[in-house]
Design a protein around this ligand. Structure first.
Ligand code: NAP
Length: 220
């Protein structure tokens, strides 16, 4: 098992990011947090021993790429980066506006890629990046073309990055969370969600699929 000590959580103001940060801290990790809303970030930091925080907007891709180098400086090195940024969007493909489509692709694909690009430059040997995509990559539903396409683009990018990193000992994880009861669909940038079964318990799934694998990564 790798000794994961220093972790950056990007999207720490969200439900999944907040849970991941809390669970990682509970298991002894030193954290740096990044998120969009400075006030909510400070609040999260207060609950986690005043860990360092950085705010960012997903559209600022250059800023996204600086987050891991910033965290490495704050924590004296970096073992893992967890990326949970995302936004939902719904509607038939013919009806989704181009502005919403751009938003979905930027927040769900380009921004996480930009964060990981920065991370791969600074992670310690045997480091880990874990990026949340979603079960939608395997089972895209009607009314989710732009959201599903963005997550699938991210999944493909991560797959290639994982292969590129094989010789360097860096683990690149694509975390395909199932539908969770976080209210994520209610915060959609466009449209409303199709009828869905109740989501799974967020804390259980974030622990099982994200935090535990980050703390004990398996090189593949
Ligand atoms: N919940 C589910 O059912 C589910 C299932 C599969 C995958 N996922 C994925 O899991 C991740 C987390 O979801 P969640 O349920 O925790 O949702 P959430 O609570 O809405 O968290 C989303 C996170 O993304 C951030 N974000 C959104 N737009 C941003 C922007 N323009 N710039 C910077 N940050 C931005 C949010 O920041 P703010 O706090 O400032 O809004 C928040 O930190 C997402 O990638 C989602 O696609 C969720």
């Amino acid at each position: 098992m790798t000794d994961v000590r220093s972790v950056l959580v990007v999207g720490a103001t969200g439900v999944v990011g907040g849970l991941a940060a809390q669970l990682l801290a509970d298991r002894g990790a030193s954290l740096a947090l990044a998120g969009r809303d400075p006030a909510r970030l400070e609040d999260r930091s207060r609950r986690l021993n005043g860990c360092p925080v950085a705010s960012f907007e997903a559209y600022d891709l250059e800023r996204c790429t600086t987050l891991a180098p910033w965290a490495a400086g704050e924590l004296g090195g970096l073992d893992a980066v967890v990326v949970t940024v995302g936004v939902a969007g719904f509607g038939p493909a013919k009806d989704v506006t181009n502005a919403a489509a751009e938003h979905l692709m930027t927040v769900n694909a380009l921004a996480p890629m930009a964060v990981v690009r920065g991370a791969l430059r600074v992670l310690r040997p045997a480091g880990t990046v874990a990026v949340v995509t979603g079960a939608i990559v395997d089972r895209p539903m009607r009314g989710t073309a732009d959201y599903a396409a963005a997550k699938t683009a991210l999944a493909t990018w991560l797959r290639v990055a994982r292969r590129e990193q094989l010789g360097y000992g860096i683990t690149v994880m694509d975390v395909r969370l199932p539908h969770l009861d976080t209210g994520f669909a209610d915060r959609a940038v466009i449209g409303s969600a199709p009828a869905m079964a109740p989501g799974a318990d967020p804390a259980t799934e974030v622990d099982r699929l994200l935090v535990t694998p980050v703390l004990s990564p398996v090189l593949i």
